[in-house]
Every structure is written in C-alpha cells, then in structure tokens.
Design a protein around this ligand. Structure first.
Ligand code: DGT
Ligand code: CA
Ligand code: CA
Length: 574
C-alpha cells in the first residue's frame, strides 16, 4: 500500500510515545519525535525519495537507523521495531495517549497504579474517584480527565487539513486515471479549507460504463468499503479517514459540486434564495418547473440565482450571499499575493537550515523578503538567542544581504512575552532590528484578564511589531489560551502593530473568525510560515486557505506589500 509521510510520522510518534511509557532512553525518544515532525512537515513524499534511491540521511535529524526504518515502512507498510514495542505493552494503551491532557508519563502512572489500559477504564476510574489519590493528579485534574475522556469517547476523530491533503492528492490521482473519468474534485470541508476535516467527499464526473467505482474499491489505501452502489460508495481508509464518493453525469457536475461542497448552512440559504425566485435547487441542478436551467458548472448555478460565483472558503453562511448579491465579495488572497514572510527560524535556534538556505528557499517560493526571527533566550530548549548571539546574527545577515539577489533578509526576533508582559530581551538588543515578533510560549493558563493585559502590555513596548500565533492553539491538541481578541485587535490598531496568521498546519492561528475581526478593525495580518526548515514554506498555502475563510483580501495583509512600503509600515510605531 502506498505510504504517505503522515503514516511514517504517525509511526514515529507512536514509537516515541510508547518508548516514553516504557521510560526508555530520552535521547532515543527525542530522536523519534524530531523525525516525526520533520517527516510530517516535509513537502515531498518520502515514498518518492525512496523510489528514486535518494539518501534519506540528508534530511535534518535523520540518521542511518531512522532512514532504514523509513525505507522499511515505505516498502512493507510495517515497522518491526514498532510492532515489537506494541507487543510489550497493553494493546489499547496508545489510545489513552489521544485523550487530551494525558501524556506518556501520566498514562504510565495510570496503568501501573490503577491498571487503566483503555479510555473506558479511564472514565470509570475517574468516575469512581480513584485518580485523585495518585501523586501528581488531584481532584481537579481527575475532573478534567473525566471531561476529556468523555469527550474523546463521544466524538469522531477529525483529521488536520494538511494530513488529509496527503491522502486526498493520491486518491484524486488514482481516480483521475480510471477509464471514462472526466473530472475529480474533493468537495466538503476539505474544499472549504477548514482546519480539520471529518471525512473526504470526492465528486466525480464520468461517462457511462466507467470503471471508477471498481478502481476505488481496489485502491490499496481502502481498508473497508462500507457501502457501494453504481453512483456512490463509502469507505474507510487504513489511516481511519472516511471517504464518501459520488459519481454524477457531467451535465449535473456543477450542481453536485456546489451541494457536496456545502456547507450545509450555505446550501440551505441558497435553496431559500432559489425558492424566492420561483426556482428549485438541488444536487442535480437549478429547475424552473421541470426544466433544468443550470447545473453543469458552479458558475451556472450561482448565475441562475442572480449571484456571482462564491469561493468555497466563504460558503459558511456568514454573510457571503448578501455580499454576493450586493456585489461586495472580497477579492480573496492567493499565494501569489504574498511578497514576503515575516517569521522563520534557522539553525541558530531550533531550525534546520542556514540563513542562506532559508533565503534561497523563500526566493524559490516566489517571495522577495524573509524575516529571520529566532527564539529568544528564555526558550533555552530551542537554543534561544541572547543579545550577543542576536547581534552576531544581525551582522551575518548584513553580510549575506550584500550577496543575495532577488530576496532580502530582514532582521527580527521571535521574542518571548514574559508572564508580566515584558519582553525577554533588553531594548538595546531590539533597537537595530527591522521587526520584533512577540510570542507567548508559557503561562497559557492565566485568567482571561491577566492574559489579555499581559499581551496588551507587550504591545505597548515601542519596538513591538507583530504578535505571533495570537491564541497559542494547537489544532486538535491544545486549546487556545483565554484572551479577549477584540481588545487585542483594537490595541494593535492604536499601537500601530500587526497580527500574525501562522500558517503551520498545526496552528492556523489567527483562525478564520479572528481574521474577520482584524479585517473589520483595520489591523493588517501577516501570513507567515514559521518555517523551521526550507521545506516548510510550502505551508503558506494552508495559511492562505485560512485567510480566505476569514475574507481577507491582499489589502488586508501586511506581507502583500512591496518591501519599501513594508519598511514604512514597520517603522510606524517606532
Ligand atoms: P466534515 O466532513 O464534518 O468536515 O464537514 P463537511 O462539510 O464536509 O460535511 P459532510 O461530509 O457531512 O457533507 C458534505 C457536504 O454535503 C456538506 O458540506 C453539505 C452537503 N450536505 C450534507 N448533508 C446535508 C444536508 O442534510 N442538507 C444539505 N443541504 N446539505 C448537506
Ligand atoms: Ca466531509
Ligand atoms: Ca461526507
């Protein structure tokens, strides 16, 4: 079965987790975690590299042993070391790790002290009040565990968009090659660029007699076909991802695409609009009486309802239909609108490539400037910079800029915002920088008032330019910290500073609705990769998806500006 990077990353993460439950050597554990991150974020498929006999040890953090395991996973779909490790532990213990708030250490304690081995046993132990007595737990954490495990048991898993994308691309390729297939598109929340997807909805236009259904059922990725008829099928992939497949005639493709793209709320609003005009809208077309008057393309469907085509990312019934009617739809941002990236790391802190490598990769992505923003000294684990190392890097950047063409490096820092809102570096160290990106990396659990005031105070600093990943959320694993976003946005406005939309697929922070707030308040947003390696500039497209969901146009962005204008905007609050 074809292996995707997400599969390899998942295997390595599982290795690391299980090793940690076993209390294995911390260096070994960290090596697997790093490898999982690197493989998971790689823009190229490892499978393709293996097929071309490329040297995997050239990837950062991948030694001979990990490279061999990657080849083994690609070739056989298995990892014997992982199988062995699993056989040494209770079979469902990995499932416990997916309960929010439980790491390997706690799982180990629960297992050893209470013989908890499954989420169901965990819920029972919490309900019986047996967890609070364990050292390091207590009544409050018992209540939290009960809440998260119940949520975990009740909710179907959603997959991050970037992970789903890996499966979607290869399924689309395979299905496009089937006989008689005219068009293939992934609809649903995937097409609307939501940050997670519940399942993939694949829509196909095919001529009569196409073998696409048989092809689908025979795909190696498919673990189980749940239902199959001549025009629809449902399946579960080996990764656990569900897929809905529909085959329609070409004449109805646009109407079907519109219907299966959703959202449901958008569909309902469209149907109401059709009724007002004496028309009927369904997945087969737009009808006047029994006459189909539109349906082959999405444009024809919207036109029949008196509307311009509406981009999928806007289809959430958040005012897009009224805006379309009034001719006020924004011209949404596209990847090509980005002139630069204002957040990236190199080897100097926790990145994997040099200044020059990052500059060239940014240029190859089509950017004209790149801000280097290492962590500051407080983040010792990430080898954060102190004033001396920052000054050295600034000199290195000045020298390098003399030799670079087509790309300019800007001098920045991702400085920690400390608990009291002060910055982790002295003014003198920040003075010679082009921009100061501030970020919260600690004390996530402050009260809403304290967290908000902490960040407002950081923005008051005269050197502060841009607030990185403003809510700190990690999709599906860490909730946003509690903060008054409207106050932050308004304060940014009065202080002349800006907000980041971090494009890392785990973050996408600002979220879509926060982008809308920034736009309404007139605060510019910078879509940044936060790249830690040269491959990660590819993540910018996920940031673009989220920005489009937030109605952002090029004029709403900071990094859509040419360098000279950007410099003026950065200097505004100095
Ligand atoms: P997901 O899969 O949870 O991430 O979200 P979606 O939006 O992909 O939802 P899904 O897969 O259940 O359905 C795909 C699309 O099909 C949905 O966006 C709109 C359309 N659809 C599904 N059920 C209904 C319905 O009951 N009424 C209407 N009007 N449309 C529906
Ligand atoms: Ca879906
Ligand atoms: Ca579906």
């Amino acid at each position: 079965m074809p292996i995707h990077n997400a599969d390899i990353a998942a295997a390595f993460t599982e290795m690391a987790d299980l090793l940690e439950i076993q209390q294995a050597n911390p260096f070994r554990i960290r090596a697997y975690r790093n490898a999982a991150r690197i493989v998971g974020e790689l823009a190229r498929e490892v499978r393709a590299m293996v097929e071309r006999h490329e040297d995997l040890t050239e990837l950062p953090g991948i030694g001979e042993d990990l490279a061999a395991k990657m080849r083994e996973i690609v070739d056989s779909g298995r990892c014997r070391a992982l199988d062995r490790l699993k056989s040494e532990l209770p079979p469902a213990i990995g499932e416990l790790l997916r309960v929010p708030g439980l790491g390997p250490k706690r799982v180990r304690t629960l297992w050893h002290e209470l013989e908890v081995q499954t989420p169901e046993q965990l819920a029972r132990a919490a309900r019986d009040g047996r967890i609070r007595a364990l050292s390091g737990f207590g009544a409050k954490s018992e209540a939290n565990i009960l809440k998260s495990v119940e949520e975990h048991l009740s909710k179907a898993r959603r997959l991050k968009l970037a992970t789903a994308a890996q499966y979607a691309h290869s399924l689309v390729d395979r299905l496009s090659a089937a006989q008689g297939v005219i068009r293939v598109e992934v609809a649903g929340s995937y097409r609307r660029a939501r940050d997670t997807v519940g399942d993939l909805d694949i829509l196909i236009a095919a001529r009569a007699g196409s073998d696409v259904m048989a092809r689908f059922a025979a795909c190696d990725e498919v673990a189980q076909v749940l239902a199959q008829g001549p025009t629809r099928a449902g399946a579960v992939l080996k990764s656990g991802l569900q897929v809905d497949l529909r085959v329609v005639e070409e004449a109805a493709y646009g109407a079907a695409l519109c219907y299966f793209t959703g959202s449901k709320a958008h569909n309902i609003a469209l149907r109401r609009l059709a009724q007002e005009r004496g028309l009927k809208l369904n997945e087969y077309g737009v009808f006047r009486g029994r006459n189909r008057i539109a349906g082959d393309s999405e444009g024809s469907v919207y036109r029949a309802l008196g509307l311009p085509w509406i981009a999928p990312e806007l289809r959430e019934d958040r005012g897009e239909i009224a805006a379309a009617r009034a001719g006020r739809l924004p011209r949404l941002v596209q990847l090509g609108d980005l002139r630069g990236d204002l957040h990236a790391h190199t080897r100097a802190s926790d990145g994997h490539h040099t200044l020059q490598e990052m500059a060239l990769a940014a240029k190859a992505t089509g950017l004209t400037y790149l801000a280097i923003t290492e962590h500051s000294r407080r983040l010792a684990m990430a080898r954060g910079l102190d004033p001396r190392r920052l000054a050295e890097q600034c000199e290195e950047i000045d020298r390098l800029n003399e030799t670079l063409s087509g790309i300019v490096l800007l001098k920045g820092i991702e400085v920690d915002i400390l608990e009291d809102g002060s910055l982790d570096l002295p003014d003198a160290a920040l003075a010679r920088l082009d921009l100061v990106v501030g970020a919260v990396h600690s004390h996530f659990d402050l009260s809403r008032r304290k967290q908000t005031e902490r960040i407002l105070r950081a923005m008051d600093h005269r050197r502060f330019t841009l607030l990185a990943h403003p809510t700190g959320r990690l999709i599906e694993s860490r909730p946003p910290y509690d903060v008054d976003m409207l106050r932050l946005v308004r304060h940014a406005k009065t202080r002349g500073c800006y907000l980041e939309l971090n494009a890392h697929p785990d973050r996408l922070d600002l979220s879509d609705s926060h982008c809308l707030i920034a736009k309404e308040e007139g605060v510019l947003v910078s879509i940044n990769s936060d790249a830690h390696s040269r491959e990660e500039f590819a993540n910018l497209r996920f940031g673009i998806g989220q920005a489009r969901r937030g109605w952002l146009a090029p004029a709403d962005l900071l990094n859509s500006r040419p360098l000279a204008e950007l410099r003026r905007l950065l200097a505004r609050n100095r």
